[in-house]
Design a protein around this ligand. Structure first.
Ligand code: SF4
Length: 360
């Protein structure tokens, strides 16, 4: 049996039963593909169901406010996926009469849909013969064929894409792509692959040459930037507080349009109170000479993004209600219960949950 037949046979016996595999509706397949980028299936599942419940079709997603979409997405991270999802829903609803384009090139034109996602939608929803190549597929091909060169090298990448295209069964492209994804996730795993149960064990080059731990090789090291965020929670009273003050993130930075506690970013981990001056609103507030009482020492949380590591410090500050009116001019005053449902960085959720300001 050739590679493709063995793979499809394996898939028949081992495929994961997933709700988006019961449909060929491009809206549902698109949703699942976007949610599952950088997200494990176990975590993404509840979001998939929530999105279908809140936005059952592309029109309802298009008509929703961005705040509502970001609120539904909160906790999943990589919020640009949610913003792109919303943007693309509006394009499909307004420019394509709510109908998904049924060809690969048009799908690629849509925001948030790259080569992998376009191929996944084209093959699964429309039965088009396009191989979807992601990290899982790259790993399987690199190991099976014993590709020892860096898989992020442009020429090697192209070679892997062509190999995937040649292996694809044009009669069942959707099944082929999903089989590759499942096989890479369940057997030919990133760490230690389960070669003892692998249908390709007899002719896998990486296995026969003892290279399964070395392949796939990557050349480029991603540069990491470290950032230091100081968040301030202003509230009253200490027990069972009702309100907090938040601001909306602006500019072209991470977490765009999400809500956060008032923030000051510094170049290092230390924070000096004079640095309040660097915040356009907090500096004004400080000049009112109010007596604020800081509770305990700041709590530290870390968060890893693809190219950035965020070190966040949270300061709890008791703010007597007579000062609320000054804060309300520039910050949004919200109940803790309402803020729990708004789109915000996961770091802030962790801090508020750990301190029992909101429930998990
Ligand atoms: S034998 Fe091992 S390394 Fe080779 S394809 Fe199978 S699981 Fe992957």
């Amino acid at each position: 049996m050739d590679f493709t037949s063995r793979l499809l046979q394996w898939y028949k016996n081992n495929r994961r039963e997933l709700p988006w595999r019961e449909t060929r509706d491009p809206y549902k397949i698109w949703l699942s593909e976007i949610i599952l980028q950088q997200t494990r299936i176990a975590q993404g599942m509840s979001y998939y169901h929530k999105f279908l419940e809140w936005f059952p079709d592309v029109h309802s997603l298009a008509q929703a406010t961005e705040d509502k979409v970001l609120g539904a997405w909160q906790g999943l991270g990589y919020y640009s996926r949610a913003r792109n999802l919303h943007h693309t829903a509006r394009i499909i609803a307004n420019e394509h009469n709510g109908v998904f384009p049924a060809d690969y090139k048009s799908l690629l034109q849509l925001k948030g849909i790259g080569a992998y996602t376009a191929a996944a939608i084209a093959s699964i929803a429309f039965g088009l013969p396009k191989a979807a190549v992601d990290g899982n597929v790259t790993r399987v091909i690199a190991r099976y064929f014993g590709i020892e060169e860096p898989v992020d090298d442009t020429a090697i990448k192209k070679n892997i894409e062509e190999t995937a295209a040649a292996l694809l069964d044009p009669r069942q492209p959707g099944n082929f792509n999903q089989a590759m994804m499942d096989f890479g996730a369940l057997v030919c795993k990133p760490g230690k692959p389960d070669c003892h149960i692998c249908p390709f064990a007899e002719d896998c080059v990486a296995l026969s040459e003892g290279m399964t731990q070395k392949i796939p090789l990557k050349a480029k090291k991603v540069k990491q930037k470290q950032r230091f965020f100081h968040f301030f929670l202003f509230y009253w009273p200490e027990k069972e507080p009702e309100f907090l003050f938040i601001e909306k993130r602006k500019g072209n930075d991470i977490w765009k349009n999400l809500y956060q506690l008032p923030l000051i970013e510094t170049s290092g981990p230390l924070f000096e109170w004079q640095q309040f001056d660097t915040h356009p609103v907090l500096s004004k507030i400080l000049s009112q000479q109010m007596s604020l009482s800081i509770k305990g020492t700041p709590e530290k949380y870390s968060h890893q993004l693809t190219h950035q590591r965020i070190e966040a410090f949270f300061y709890k500050i008791l703010l007597p209600p007579e000062y609320y009116s000054i804060f309300e001019k520039d910050f949004a005053k919200r109940r803790f219960g309402d803020f729990a449902h708004m789109g915000k960085p996961v770091l802030i959720t962790r801090f508020l949950e750990r301190n029992k300001f909101i429930l998990p």
